[in-house]
Write a protein that binds this ligand. Structure first.
Ligand code: CP3
Length: 350
């Protein structure tokens, strides 16, 4: 493979000695950018995901405009349930909706096994085109939802405040829940392997809803499956990032999943988590995304707190603790990136 011009992100994932801390931003290809909205004005969201030219264009926008150290392929976690046969609607101002959610064993049986090279070929085409267009400037990250997070959407039919339907399922019919999680895990593993084969340099598993479970249920219904998926990944040197949002304990178990990097949200102290598992995994995060509403001075103060908390040495990938919000000023995202690039070298002096 041709050498990447900027591989700081990959080296930090492997906890190698580097010159400065790399940064990328979850949801960096998105609505806070006027340039994204200009593309989005002419196409609906799923059409953008399914058109490699458009997906590639908006994937690369934050590299050019914000200067981040890695690209993340523009797509969505919900393309897997759609490929398994569920109708997916992206409803303006309501978010994603499955009009016919999974409610019983028959619904579960109707889900088909996917062949990513056919059913999600458009994602693989988008990866190949994006790799070409990136021209080895920065690494490209591919991603998936965790089986648990995908199951919540498939059972609830969309977002939820109480998650009552999926909780009903796991507590009243755990066998069906585990069958579904197994089936989804197979799809996720095949999908991530196809992405790796298509050329992504790293993969991230988003467990956005891991934190709605009590710790023992998180291990049973989420972490177990993530561990199984990671064990099936045909990685050569591609780092695997696991982002369990809303989790505040069980770090040793989480570090044992086989992930190279653990993503942290902003409710935990990154330095304390490093003390627990920093010798086993790299850490990604974890500034509160709403800090970007503050002025540039505030952003710099808070970004410094995150870097101070992690401390000296490699193994830190700067990121927000969750996705950038649509009403953040792009100039503030750029100011954060510029600050990390110019002020993080002092944490890497040997
Ligand atoms: O990070 C990136 O820039 C890559 C693109 C990306 C999107 N979705 C694009 C998107 C990624 C990594 C995702 C992951 C995703 N999608 C997650 C996990 C990460 C997280 O934020 O917790 C989840 C839970 C989803 C499901 C989803 N997709 C929701 C809840 C929504 C609606 C809410 C929202 O943010 O709009 C989407 C739609 C979506 N996915 C948009 C984008 C840019 C907005 C669509 C639009 O332009 O109208």
């Amino acid at each position: 493979m041709t050498q990447l011009q900027n591989d700081l992100f990959l080296r930090a994932c492997r906890r190698e000695v580097i010159e400065r801390t790399p940064i990328w931003i979850m949801r960096q290809a998105g609505r806070y950018l006027p340039e994204y909205r200009a593309v989005r004005k002419n196409s609906d969201f799923l059409t953008m995901c399914k058109t490699p030219e458009l997906a590639s264009e908006v994937t690369i926008q934050p590299i050019d405009l914000i200067g981040v150290d890695a690209a993340i392929l523009f797509s969505d976690i919900l393309v897997i349930p759609e490929a398994m046969g569920m109708e997916l609607l992206m409803v303006e101002s309501k978010g994603p909706q499955f009009p016919k959610p999974i409610r019983n064993a028959d619904d579960a049986k109707a889900l088909k096994q996917i062949d990513p090279t056919k059913d999600l070929k458009y994602v693989l085409d988008a990866i190949k085109m994006t790799k070409e267009n990136l021209n080895n400037r920065v690494p490209l990250i591919g991603f998936s939802g965790s089986p648990w997070t995908l199951l919540t959407y498939m059972v609830e039919g969309g977002g939820s405040k109480t998650f009552s339907k999926v909780k009903n399922l796991i507590f009243n019919d755990p066998e069906l829940a585990h069958n579904l999680l197994d089936k989804i895990s197979d799809a996720v593993a095949d999908y991530l392997n196809a992405k790796i084969e298509a050329g992504v340099n790293a993969v991230q598993i988003f467990d956005t809803w891991g934190g709605i479970l009590a710790p023992h249920h998180f291990y049973e219904f989420s972490l177990n499956y993530v561990e199984k998926i990671i064990s099936k990944l045909k990685v050569t040197d591609q780092p695997v990032i696991f982002f369990p949002k809303g989790i505040s304990s069980g770090w040793n178990k989480i570090a044992k999943t086989g992930a190279t990097v653990i993503g942290l949200d902003w409710t935990v102290n990154i330095g304390k988590v490093r003390e627990r598992i920093g010798d086993k995994v790299a850490l990604q995060g974890n500034m509160d995304p709403t800090i970007l509403y503050g002025n540039v001075d505030k952003i710099e103060i808070e970004a410094t707190k995150v870097m101070d908390s992690y401390g000296n040495g490699s193994g830190h990938i700067f990121n927000l603790g969750h996705g950038i919000l649509p009403d953040v000023k792009p100039a503030h995202a750029k100011a954060l990136v510029d600050f990390i690039k110019s002020k993080s070298s002092k944490y890497h002096i040997k």
